[in-house]
Design a protein around this ligand. Structure first.
Ligand SMILES: [Zn+2]
Ligand SMILES: [Zn+2]
Ligand SMILES: [Zn+2]
Length: 129
């Protein structure tokens, strides 16, 4: 965690300096131009990779660059993270009912992306989560 207060306590800084430092102090995702999926699917069958192997998943995440549906880091196989690392796709969004957050693996920030619309029907987790 970087110190958030340093810019406020520097009376000698110009407004531009202060603004630049505020932006630097508040991490933001710089990969939103890689969000190509702005309409969520109506329904998915589950984690694509777990379905292939017959493995159970806990929570579902969708890749906002290509639409790959993978499972969360609390799932045994962590396919969403595996997919992001294997394909250099930085941003996922939760597909869990009522959850609208996205996560950038590179910036490690949680955010809401209002351009991404829709709600996806998902089956219950095989692990009961
Ligand atoms: Zn990012
Ligand atoms: Zn999976
Ligand atoms: Zn992807």
């Amino acid at each position: 965690m970087r110190a958030l207060g340093s810019c406020v306590l520097d009376p000698g800084a110009s407004d531009d300096d202060r603004r630049a430092r505020v932006i630097e102090a508040m991490p933001a995702c710089t990969h939103l131009d890689q969000v190509l999926v702005t309409q969520l699917p109506d329904a998915v069958a589950g984690c694509e990779d777990c379905l292939l192997t017959g493995d159970p998943w806990l929570h579902l995440r969708i890749c906002l660059q290509c639409g790959h549906v993978g499972c969360c880091d609390d799932s045994p196989n962590r396919h969403a993270t595996t997919h992001s690392q294997a394909s250099d796709h930085p941003i996922i969004r939760s597909l869990e009912p009522g959850e609208q957050w996205s996560w950038c693996y590179l910036d490690e920030v949680v955010m809401r992306i209002p351009e991404v619309r829709g709600e996806t029907r998902i089956p219950p987790s095989p692990l009961g989560g």
